[in-house]
Structure formats: structure tokens, C-alpha cells
Design a protein around this ligand. Sequence first.
Ligand SMILES: *Cc1c(COP(=O)(O)O)cnc(C)c1O
Length: 430
Amino acid sequence: MKLYNLKDPKEEVGFLQAVQLGLGKKQGLFFPKKLPILDHNTLDHLINMNFIDRSTQILSYFLNDEISLSNLKLIVKNSFSFQKPILKSITKNISCLELFHGPTLAFKDFGARFMAQILLFLNTKNKPMTILTATSGDTGAAVAHAFYKMKNIQVVILYPKGKISTLQEKLFCTLGHNVHTISINGSFDDCQNLVKKSFNDSLLNKKMHLTSANSINISRLLAQICYYFEAFSLTPIQHQKNLIISVPCGNFGNLTAGLLAKSLGLPIKNFIAATNSNNTVPNFLKNGVWEPKPTISTISNAMDISQPNNWPRVKELFLRKKWNLKTLKFGSVSEKQTKKTLKELYNLNYISEPHASIAYHLLKKKIKKNDFGLFLGTAHPSKFQTVVEKILKIDLSIPKILYMHNKKKILSHTLESDFQQLKHFLLKNL
Ligand SMILES: *Cc1c(COP(=O)(O)O)cnc(C)c1O
């Protein structure tokens, strides 16, 4: 698969190169040159396959010129070697697609583990590299665990100090070995900017062979296409024609993947882009003005992003497919409403967490009589234990993996949101 740089379309790279580069020149995102389209029979056939075989097939439409089918199957098997997504019925016409049954209890496991397996596949020449990434909560754990103890790979993770939940932090800042964690006195957007600056620094790049594991990395997005097909195959046949999917959005990688699934031909009727009070995209879709405001901290902290990195890809896809951006549904949900919705779901016998609650609220508001709605369960409620327990006034049972990490010591360093300080630290310590 060839990809072009959205900021400099003359720059073209292959998939494997794009995975290693992360970003192109001028920090542009890579975007597929050809968008495969599947015919009706192929789609029918795919829907009936099992998750691993189907995912291999879907990814091969993009990657077959660079990775053989047998190698790809192995990569997919090793990446998705955990409980596949589950559909939980909430009301007559709304279900939650739970994507959080992987090793770090968030949907980020799909993309991060696929990316790690691709780099492992590439790493036959024993070339050392450094994965540098920013996290608003769940990417950190997924990436750290996916690359943990992998030969020749160092992992550096930046996160906003005090702005992620304790259990989230414990899950990736206690590992050590090749995983280095740095808490930054700033917001997620500050962390993301530090990552971008590092990629622009030739000395750092030369010394450390930087690669990003954020959802700017195309490998993560391709992996996520796979569970939208699973969502469709789990939907009762009589509802498949009227499927609406509500996505809790932060960096908009998850939504991009869903739209890519639709572009392949998967007949999803519509998507809802759901955000918290960090509403740059909803405002843009309403007024046509792109005006990121300072990031606001919320209880749905993985979505506390005011400059969503993947938005240019969403725009490009609409342009390429000649879809009208006005057909994309959207909304922004307040903190108060998020809490209220969490309680509402609890009264429907479902323990959720703030991110999925936001998606559910907008789905309920926008769904039509004959539609069938899915909202994406992006993280396990126990990752947000304190908040969920406080709002619902219950005790949550904590899965073993969280419990184990919770007892360990946090190994992070703290730095200011200052590029020179970070550069100095990386050159000295890695
Ligand atoms: C990362 C994350 C999101 C946002 O996903 P994007 O792909 O960045 O839009 C939503 N919910 C949870 C729990 C997350 O970890």
C-alpha cells in the first residue's frame, strides 16, 4: 500500500516505511493512496468469517504487497490474542460494543499490539529504535505492554501529571525494563507537542531512531478497522441495515478507523462523533471554524484533547469518498450530563464509565425509531474506579491485572513542558 503525506502529497511511502516514520515531512499524516472497495459477495463472505481470519483478510487488502498472507495471519493472531469484542444489550435498540477485554482493558490494545507485531516483523535487522508517544491515559498502558521487554526497542511515554487516573498510571509506570515513563507538568496537548518537536529534532532522531505509537501511526488505525466488521457481524441481521455507531472521540483515531471500514463498503448507516467539553470538532462541524481552546480536564480524561491529531484524515476521507461532512452526526457532552448518564446506565443494569457514557448519551438523543445503535465501550469501568464508585455509590470489583499493578511503585520522572529539558533527559538517560 502506498500512502501520501497530507501536508506534502508528493511524499509517498510504503506501509512498512510509514509505520516506522510515524509522521511525514512537515509533521504531515500519511493517508492511503488507494482505498479498496469490497463487493457485496466479498462482504457477505467476510461477515461470516471468524474474527482472526476476517481481520487477516481485511488487512491484506491494504498490506498484501508488503506482507504475505501467512505472515499477516501470524501477526494478526499474535496481536489479537485476547478476548474479542462483546456486544452487551442495553435497551431494545441500543447495545454497547465492549472493546476493553484486552491485556490493558481498553480498546487501545488492538492498535498498539498490532503496531508492536509489525515492528517486531520488521526488526529482523536488529536495528534499535525508540517508541516515543504521548498518552491521555490508555495509550500508555497499551503501548507499554505491547512492547514490554521487546528486543532492541525502547519505549518512552509522556503523560500529563495528575491528569490521568491512578490505576491508569499504575498500569504502565510500574513496568521498568525498556519502558520509560515521564510525567509532564502540563496537558495532553503539551505532551503531544513535545512529541512533535522531538520528531523535528535531527539530533534526537539520529541518535534514537524515533517512531511514534500515537494514533497518528497508520498501523493502529488499520488494526481498528477490524472490530467494526466484528460489530456488524454481531448485530442481529434484521438491524444491520440501520446501524448507527456512536464513538467517544479524543484524538479521532477510532472514528477514522470506523469511517475507513465504511469506505471499504461495510454498510454502516451513520456515525456519531461524541466529545466531552473539549469540543473543537463539534464547534467546527457547527460553525466551520477551527478554534482549539485550552484543554479542559474532565472525568473522561482520555478524551481531554483540544487539538485532535486525526481530524485531517477524517476530512480527507470525506473528500476522497465525496461524502458530505454535514452527514456526520456529532455532539459534546457536559460533565454534569456525563455523570447523570452513568447513573442512567446503572439503572438499566449496566456499569459503564465516563467515556462510553458520553457516546451513549448522544446515541440515545440522535437515534431514530427504526435505527439500531451501538456505542463503543472503550475502557473497562474499573480503570476509572474512583470516579465510577463515587458517582454510582458502589464498590467495583477490580480485575486481577489492575490489582497486581496497583501494589507496585511508580517509576516515572517528572519534567516541565519544555522541549530542551526533555531532549537533555532523553540523550542522557536512554
Ligand atoms: C483513547 C480513548 C478514547 C479516544 O479515542 P481516539 O481514538 O483518541 O478518538 C476514548 N475513550 C477511551 C477510554 C480512550 O482510552
